[in-house]
Design a protein around this ligand. Sequence first.
Ligand SMILES: [Ca+2]
Ligand SMILES: [Ca+2]
Length: 103
Amino acid sequence: MSRLTALALLFAAALTLAAAAPGSPRACHAGYFTCANGLCIPDALVCDGDINCLTGNDEKNCTRTDDECFPGYFLCANGTCIPDSLVCNGLLNCVNGNDELDC
Ligand SMILES: [Ca+2]
Ligand SMILES: [Ca+2]
């Protein structure tokens, strides 16, 4: 590899790094979630069932696992929560129907 090629590669790498820094969304402090409009809300308000970001994106892409449904709610296999009263009621309320399994 010639010295010129090495310099060109270094220059390209520097450009790539520089391009990644600006334009990235403004980060909130640790423990805070960044709303799409740049507002910061405490992590505890993310996926709590109430919309706290004006944009509502704190309640989007909420993938719940295990026992993360509110008390009195059943966790579907796709991560949504349905009221316990809908479990084993003869109707499929979870997308994949797992509320009607093991009845
Ligand atoms: Ca929320
Ligand atoms: Ca059901």
